[in-house]
Design a protein around this ligand. Structure first.
Ligand SMILES: [Zn+2]
Length: 271
């Protein structure tokens, strides 16, 4: 079984003391690849360093790099950070631009000025993705209609993944139509996450990928059980697969093979 953790922040300091150990454990439970995703320019050096470290170690998942400026951190982004992003795209082997998008979860981000700034950085990064022929990893919270509208007006053609999807069935279908796969996190292990269960059943396994979004979004089983660590790491990815297989009523092995192919397709990779 080959699993692809399509969304991780495995570069953050939470993992500095045991990253190699966790990476080896992840590989042992079937995680053969992961994407390291950017969020602020000030962490790009660490992101690249972790990516190189992972790919220098033996018996760990293959790392793929996706630098980007996250909408939730909009206050921190500066025009020169877009130039730095372009430099990273030129100088390093990047699989995608991410994570980018729109997020109006916080009240202050709904204010016209900051929301306009989010839209500006989103559009600029879509342009960079097009220029360098990369798919994008989308972060969308409480702004699905606006995000879909921008993808359409910008005529973005390279697709990618809508990560930790929190929208409804119609929004998921619209994104699939625009060439995106829908990213499913440990949220799927929560039987009360009814909307997410509806979405995955409506769009089907051929349009899904899985992710841990570590260190956020710990699967429910790992939050309550005393046997498993409470920290979210790529080692938890099989729990996401297991719950998704139950929701879709599909054999785990068959689903894993489909999700692996979907991940390669979304990231335009050949393995
Ligand atoms: Zn993320």
């Amino acid at each position: 079984m080959q699993l692809f953790d399509t969304h991780t922040h495995f570069d953050v300091a939470d993992f500095d003391h045991d990253r190699q150990h966790l990476a080896e454990q992840a590989k042992r439970v079937g995680v053969d690849a992961l994407v390291l995703i950017g969020f602020v320019e000030s962490r790009f050096d660490e992101l690249i360093h972790t990516h190189q470290q992972l790919n220098a170690w033996d018996k760990v998942p293959t790392s793929y790099l996706a630098p980007g400026l996250h909408p939730f951190y909009i206050e921190q982004h500066q025009p020169e950070h877009l130039q730095r992003l372009e430099q990273v795209l030129q100088q390093h082997d990047c699989v995608a631009v991410g994570e980018i998008g729109l997020d109006t979860f916080l009240k202050q981000h709904k204010q016209p000025e900051l929301f306009a700034k989010q839209q500006h950085y989103f559009i600029e990064q879509l342009a960079l993705a097009t220029q360098y022929q990369k798919p994008v990893l989308l972060h969308i919270r409480k702004a699905h209609a606006e995000t879909i509208a921008i993808l359409k007006t910008q005529k973005f053609k390279l697709g990618g993944i809508a990560h930790a999807f929190s929208g409804g069935v119609e929004e998921a279908k619209a994104l699939v139509k625009l060439g995106f796969k829908i990213g499913v996190t440990g949220q799927i292990t929560n039987p009360n996450a009814k909307k997410l269960h509806q979405v995955v059943q409506a769009i089907g396994s051929e349009n899904l990928v899985i992710e841990t979004d570590c260190p956020d979004m710990t699967p429910l089983c790992c939050q309550t059980s005393t046997e498993h660590r409470t920290r979210n790491t790529p080692v938890n990815l099989p729990y996401v697969l297991e719950s998704l297989a139950q929701t879709l009523d599909q054999p785990e092995l068959q689903l894993a093979a489909q999700l692996w192919q979907n991940s390669l397709a979304a990231l335009r990779l050949k393995f």
